[in-house]
Ligand binder design. Structure first.
Ligand code: UDP
Ligand code: MG
Length: 139
């Protein structure tokens, strides 16, 4: 299996609930190496661009609103098989559908406010890590 990069974003609900340490601990226990981590407040333009693939969907405006409602913590992660293993760890988009023990099942309120973002392909993992981090910030 190949070493891959994936991007976690602890979303504003995660930060409001003070779950940053809890989520980070679960990522580290699952074997993810933290290459970079920062706390930021996204602008509407940045959130809109990051979720550009969803532009035009009914949830898009609400998603941009939510992602700019407070601070976020992007975390650049690396691990063998990172994309798939991270998606398994966080669970399905809607916590109602997420498997027991997953981060979204344990901590998320609903499909929109679902605690964390996760990359969905090797290519997007690289692209999304680079959206938030310069190569010099990845250690
Ligand atoms: N989302 C939403 N309603 C939906 C689908 C998605 O509010 O019906 C939000 C949710 O926060 C989700 C994000 O948009 O995490 C991106 O959607 P995607 O389908 O890519 O889910 P993910 O990859 O985050 O599981
Ligand atoms: Mg997605």
């Amino acid at each position: 299996m190949a070493i891959e990069r994936t991007l976690c974003i602890m979303k504003p609900d995660c930060v409001r609930k003070n779950l940053q340490g809890e989520v980070l601990s679960r990522l580290q226990k699952a074997g993810f190496k933290v290459l970079g981590l920062k706390q930021i407040r996204l602008t509407k333009e940045e959130a809109g661009a990051f979720y550009g693939v969803h532009k035009g969907r009914p949830f898009y405006d609400g998603l941009v609103e939510f992602m700019t409602s407070g601070s976020c913590v992007p975390v650049a992660l690396e691990k063998e098989n990172a994309i798939s293993d991270y998606r398994t760890l966080i669970g399905a988009t809607d916590p109602k559908d997420a498997a027991d023990g997953t981060i979204r099942k344990l901590f998320a309120d609903n499909k929109g406010e679902n605690i964390v973002h996760g990359s969905d392909s090797v290519e997007n993992g690289k692209h999304e890590v680079n959206f938030f981090f310069a190569e010099s910030e990845l250690i």
